[in-house]
Design a protein around this ligand. Structure first.
Ligand code: NAP
Length: 410
């Protein structure tokens, strides 16, 4: 529905439901309906985000798809509307701009509530013109079951020391559903039925949203389905990001995109085991661990990952296995595929921002050796600062790049 025909003048209380909605699901709908009912809200406006300032790099589905899915999902609730205000506004999307625009089409008496996930509200001090925003808008933090509400409330006490904030918490069990998990399921060809409205499911299928960069060959489906079981949703999403980035790099650097895809998918296949399980599997698959890895067991996942890729995911190609094996430490004289996985892991679009990521991203498509050198140096500096022992493979890799590409890298 177009904003110009949105009539909010007579509303005493309206709520804005802000989020990426990539895609919208029953968790969002139940949350909005619960808040509407509990707080006596007359209209809930779903506003899919445009270009959030904190997510410059994450790839989200096209604005128009997210908007239309939100329209489909909300069409049968007379209290719900969808607004294009954020996707149509040029530039970065700030909530203050949205609320100020809404105030212009509401009466002076209308109370505005902003509903969103608790994680976002936890970061509210970083939002643009937070003081002004908190004056003109009430906040509702909807939480998933098991959410650490105590630390959120403590953080909010800090906010309330400086600002007056009207905040309501509402726990919504249905929010156990998550958009990340739905996207992951589509990739792994696992049903999404009953997690979101049928219309949205049909839309996703019709436009083939959230698919892998390839036709889903049975072997890829086999890998994705197995990973979907053993990895956390966040790790699975990271894995997809690495596989996609590796494919893009492989195209640019002229190596096999299928090998890049498989290595990207499997690079972290052993990362979500606890220490006991990691040690058990290393012993079962004869993965030798040196003293440094034994003391810093998180390093074992790449070596174990290569063994699992071979034994459990039936990968026989030694280039792929080595790309998995050395993706954390790196090593001197890495193959092209090894470099690509090493770099894709550091720059994939879901990676939270860290200082230096833009330099590595820039070089990855121009001069891959320079990208590897910058990435190695940063990783070594970061781990030294954390008092971790640097693995000799990484030191040898750094020395190798410094000696062989000295002039080119300066
Ligand atoms: P997001 O990436 O879509 O969501 C972050 C987390 O909150 C996810 O777990 C998400 O679950 C959940 N979530 C998102 N929207 C929700 C909703 N309405 N109800 C329940 N759970 C929800 O969202 P975001 O980018 O953090 O932003 C959330 C809102 O805050 C947006 O409207 C955004 O514009 C605003 N914001 C403004 C500023 C600013 O003004 N500077 C900064 C940050 C955020 P699912 O993945 O399952 O949706």
């Amino acid at each position: 529905m177009r904003d110009e025909i949105l009539d909010l003048k007579d509303c005493g209380k309206i709520a804005v439901m802000g989020g990426t909605f990539d895609p919208i699901h029953y968790g969002h709908l139940v949350a909005a309906e619960t808040v509407r009912h509990r707080l006596g809200i007359e209209k809930v406006l779903f506003i899919p985000t445009g270009r959030p300032p904190h997510k410059n790099n994450r790839s989200v589905e096209h604005d128009e798809h997210r908007y239309l899915m939100t329209v489909l999902a909300t069409a049968n609730n007379p209290y719900f509307n969808v607004s294009r205000i954020e996707i149509d506004r040029p530039g970065l999307t700030y909530t203050i701009d949205t609320i100020q625009s809404l105030k212009k089409i509401c009466s002076d008496e209308t109370e505005i509530f902003f509903i969103t996930g608790a994680d976002a509200i936890n970061e509210i001090l970083t939002w643009k013109k937070v003081g002004e925003l908190l004056k003109i808008c009430n906040f509702v933090a909807v939480t998933r079951p098991g959410y650490d509400k105590i630390s959120l409330m403590n953080n909010m006490k800090n906010v309330q020391k400086n600002y007056e904030m009207n905040l309501t918490f509402i726990e919504v069990p249905a929010l156990a559903i998550s958009s990340t998990d739905i996207r992951n399921r589509v990739i792994a060809e696992i049903p999404i039925k009953y997690l979101l409205p049928d219309e949205v499911e049909q839309y996703i299928m019709k436009f083939e949203l959230y698919k892998t960069p390839f036709e889903n060959k049975p072997f890829f489906t086999f890998i994705n389905q197995k990973l979907h079981i053993v990895l956390t949703p966040k790790r699975f999403a990271h894995t997809q990001g690495v596989a996609g980035e590796a494919v893009n790099l492989a195209k640019v650097w002229g190596i096999s995109v299928e090998k890049a895809y498989i290595a990207g998918l499997l690079h972290d296949c052993a990362k979500d085991f606890n220490e006991e399980e990691t040690l058990r599997l290393c012993s079962e698959y004869d993965v030798e661990l040196d003293e440094i890895i034994k003391r810093q067991i998180y390093l074992a996942h790449s070596f174990l990952g290569a063994a699992l890729a071979e034994k459990e995911y039936l990968v026989t190609d030694s280039e792929i296995l080595n790309a998995i094996k050395y993706h954390t430490t790196g090593r001197a004289q890495m193959s092209f595929l090894e470099k690509i996985i090493y770099i894709a892991d550091m720059i994939e679009p879901n990676r939270p921002f860290y200082s230096g990521i833009d330099d590595i991203r820039k070089e990855a498509y121009k001069n891959i050796d320079k990208a590897v050198y910058i990435a190695l140096k940063q990783t070594i500096d970061f781990n030294t600062e954390k008092n971790r022992t640097i693995h000799p493979l990484s030191i040898l890799a750094l020395n190798y790049y410094e000696n062989h590409f000295k002039e080119e890298l300066l």
